[in-house]
Design a protein around this ligand. Structure first.
Ligand SMILES: Nc1ncnc2c1ncn2[C@@H]1O[C@H](COP(=O)(O)OP(=O)(O)OP(=O)(O)O)[C@@H](O)[C@H]1O
Length: 249
């Protein structure tokens, strides 16, 4: 029988090997666990395979070996549609709002599979409350919003189907420090509202400050993992992976 701590694992990638075409493997025995209600952050050098981990988790890239478990159910080999139905939503790198559509239209695209009108209305009010700017700019063209606001529209769209875990690929990409701060506050709010988060970020220090757990990727595996605060305080990791020494306390 699973122990309490086992049963709290929502998403598990177990000993994953994955790569592209005939090229060498990118992931070489990678294991990551995302507990329910937690933010797990993957950090590592450029090209370490962080985005590849998310693609495997959402079914965009089939692993060559290893298992993908959602709430203990083995979903290895299933595509994005099945993974989304199981509660795994993927917010891709870059900007994916439709600029010529309104915020409302963008968000509602995320709920197009919801047949139940009452449920759709409930999800709309949930995301409008969680992301106030989405509610305030509901009828605006999405292209008129700032980069950070557009990112929140993407988050809102991904939450329409009430996922259990959201995969976020470089959410701060292209944002200034202030907008980055707001986006990370919203990620914490998503977690506090009950959605687990698996996050990939270049801005490793800022991401680890928001995260519960950090995993450092190197050579296609998780090299070190632990409480995010512990990783932030480790001078060697700071030097190697986090762009310099941690701030003195
Ligand atoms: N669609 C693809 N086809 C072929 N190779 C790819 C593809 N996507 C990524 N790769 C290769 O896989 C490796 C890992 O890429 P990935 O994007 O997962 O790394 P990353 O850690 O997210 O990098 P970055 O921090 O630069 O975004 C790289 O060598 C990259 O060139």
């Amino acid at each position: 029988m699973a122990s309490d701590s086992d049963s709290a694992i929502l998403l598990e990638l177990d000993d994953i090997q994955a790569g592209y075409g005939r090229a060498a493997l990118v992931l070489r025995g990678l294991t990551v666990q995302v507990p329910a209600g937690a933010i797990v952050c993957l950090v590592g050098p450029n090209g370490a395979g962080k985005s590849t981990v998310l693609k495997v988790a959402s079914g965009l890239l089939a692993p060559r070996a290893g298992r993908i478990l959602v709430d203990g159910e083995d979903l290895t080999g299933h595509g994005p549609q099945r993974m989304l139905a199981a509660g795994v939503a993927h917010v891709l790198q870059g900007h994916s709002v439709f600029r010529e559509m309104t915020v409302a239209e963008n968000v509602l695209l995320g709920g197009y599979t919801l047949r139940d009108k009452a449920l759709l209305a409930e999800r709309v009010s949930f995301v409008r409350e969680l992301f106030p700017v989405v509610g305030e700019r509901w009828t605006s063209l999405a292209g008129l919003l700032s980069g950070g606001q557009q990112k929140q529209v993407e988050f809102a769209r991904s939450l329409m189907v009430k996922p259990r875990v959201v995969l976020l690929d470089e959410p701060s990409m292209g944002l200034d420090p202030k907008a980055t701060g707001i986006v990370f506050e919203q990620i914490v709010r998503m977690r506090d509202a009950g959605t687990a988060v698996l996050l990939v970020e270049q801005n490793a220090r800022r991401a680890l400050e928001a995260a519960d757990t950090g995993c450092v990727l190197d050579l296609g595996r998780v090299h070190v993992s632990g409480p995010a605060r512990q990783l932030l305080a480790d001078p060697q990791l700071g030097e190697l992976y986090l762009g310099g020494r941690p701030a003195r306390r």
